[in-house]
Write a new protein. Sequence first.
Length: 331
Amino acid sequence: MGSSAKKKKEKKKNFQKPKLKVGKAKPKASNFTDTSFKSKSIVVNQQTLAADGADPTEKFKLNLSLAVNAKSDNQRRDALAYITSQLSASPPCNPVGTSGVLTKLLPLMSDGSASVRAQFLKLLRALPPAEIGSHVEKILMYIRGGMTHLSNDIRSDTLNVLEWLLEVAGSEAVSCPGGWLKTLNSFSSMLGWNPSVGSAISNKGWTSASRATLGTKKGPEARTRQIQVLAKFLQTGFRPEAPVPYSRTAYWDNIYRLPGTPNPFAYLNLFGTPRDEDSEMYPDRISRQRIFDAKWRAAIFAGMNDAKKEGGMVGRAAATLDRALSCGLEV
């Protein structure tokens, strides 16, 4: 057999007819991604992978946005840690101001991650205390929301924020619109001390224990903490005002000198919406004592006496509250 015939025979042997496809093609999966394309370059719009050399202002704003919008708990925590380091630097770096930071980050007070809430408290402590007084009304709004949250851990961490606020701007916190009665209403929800029911509950055999901590393993600890912070709040509200030193020109200064505080006539509510009793301002100790005696004295004393009977850590916290009330309600 010649070489040409042998090649023809091998070619015929290797030849196969193409398979014919009959019917419809198999449907593609819903998450199918076509990867057959080829690209010469990848363009990432308005992003950079290098952090070194970035504008500090833009980096601060980027972390401010990540602290609120990031899906990962670790990302939100790390963004808060970066902002805290900038606020604690010497000199501090805060291109958006205290108002911008609080407006953006206050919702994190009720964040679901414990590490994020802990870092948020560290950030608050890094803010200048002198600039907190003008924002207490907004801060208290989020504090009251956290105090009535369904999560026991969030309620406890919110009490830490309230303690911080009482340390840096206690007078403003108890005298701002709604700062006195609305906060007491939140304590009532936490402790189950209802002023509309008063002491009649115990006469009918009903329990006056905290509804917020029932069924939780940390019930006594949480209730103790709530009573302790309530005592600090009442101590701040009943604290006597510092006497004004005598000055011969004080009369004329009061008439002609420009006020040194923002919105000095806010207590008159000349241009605001009408307030109810809970939203009113109680700017001095006497007014706070008066409204407390009329609305809250019976309920808090009844709840405090029941807490004393429990003994233990709850009873000791109730004794601290009793001392705060005895000193604060003195005329």
